[in-house]
Design a protein around this ligand. Structure first.
Ligand SMILES: Nc1nc2c(ncn2[C@@H]2O[C@H](COP(=O)(O)OP(=O)(O)OP(=O)(O)O)[C@@H](O)[C@H]2O)c(=O)[nH]1
Ligand SMILES: [Mg+2]
Length: 257
């Protein structure tokens, strides 16, 4: 028997990609559901998806007070009504052809299948090196905290078995880095189970159309995921980038005073 799959795609102002993305997935995988988790895009993304009028393509417009890429993906996983769910970006950096590989591994009874980038050079040399260094750092923290790591902890392309993760997502909601971008890392941080983890490899591409949303808060939020010393590093990088740490984490200010 074949399992069912929802492709969860976080979107914010992706009008230049969203229609092509929905069509590409639905044409290649007619049985997959596509669920865009949108943070109140203002560029017509929402209307474009609705105009597709496809019963298996949905756009869920999130509470504007709870904006966050991490929150969008996790909420998508929590509401998916299929056996499996996977996440990917809306800008074609993750190849559509890899979805069948992820699905195949889930059908082989994996709890989690992680897409591992063959190279990060499509991000440019400086960003790729930064990404590798931060990842090595993150793995070290996970090992110290006796948590399972995966290859490519920061990949934005992975699939999971919904039943395995639904409780974890609900129980730890307030502890996740909800505005952060490293969802897989958070899922591994709070995971208490022995998981069957599989891997596929994929070529990480460049953004097809539209503008990048990357900003200095992304690495800061990644460090913030790394327990106490990670928070110290997040504060340090806030100073470097002139970002107000307590504006990002106001509840920590309260607990400080
Ligand atoms: N729901 C939601 N989606 C977001 C938000 N910020 C970014 N996204 C989506 O998250 C995905 C990744 O964002 P990108 O801008 O591609 O980030 P990136 O891949 O690191 O940057 P590039 O390499 O320059 O493309 C895209 O599908 C975005 O539309 C957000 O605040 N909320
Ligand atoms: Mg991108």
């Amino acid at each position: 028997m074949s399992g069912t799959m929802t492709v969860v795609i976080p979107t914010y102002n992706e009008s230049k990609n969203v229609v092509n993305m929905a069509k590409a997935i639905r044409e290649a995988y007619p049985d997959f559901k596509v669920l865009f988790m949108d943070d109140n895009s203002t560029d017509g993304t929402i209307e474009l998806v609705r105009e597709l009028n496809d019963p298996l393509t949905t756009i869920y417009v999130r509470d504007p007070a709870k904006r966050g890429l991490g929150a969008s993906v996790l909420e998508g996983f929590a509401i998916a009504d299929t056996d499996y769910a996977m996440c990917m970006d809306c800008d074609f950096q993750h190849p559509i052809s890899s979805l069948k590989d992820l699905f195949g591994k889930m059908e082989e009874d994996a709890d989690l299948c992680v897409g591992v980038r063959t190279s990060r050079m499509s991000m440019g040399f400086k960003r790729a090196m930064g990404s590798e260094v931060v990842e090595a750092f993150c793995k070290l923290f996970f090992i110290v905290h006796r948590k399972y790591t995966t290859k490519d902890m920061m990949s934005g392309l992975f699939a999971l078995r919904c039943d395995t993760f639904r409780d974890e997502i609900r129980d730890n909601w307030d502890s996740f880095e909800l505005k952060g971008w490293k969802v897989l890392m958070d899922l591994m941080k709070f995971n208490e189970k022995t998981l069957k983890i599989s891997y596929i490899r994929y070529d990480f591409g460049t953004r097809a159309e539209g503008e990048s949303h990357l900003n200095p808060k992304v690495p800061i939020m990644t460090f913030h995921q790394l327990w106490g010393f990670g928070k110290f590093l997040a504060k340090f990088f806030c100073k470097v980038y002139h970002v107000d740490y307590y504006e990002m984490y106001p509840w920590e200010k309260k607990s400080k005073s």
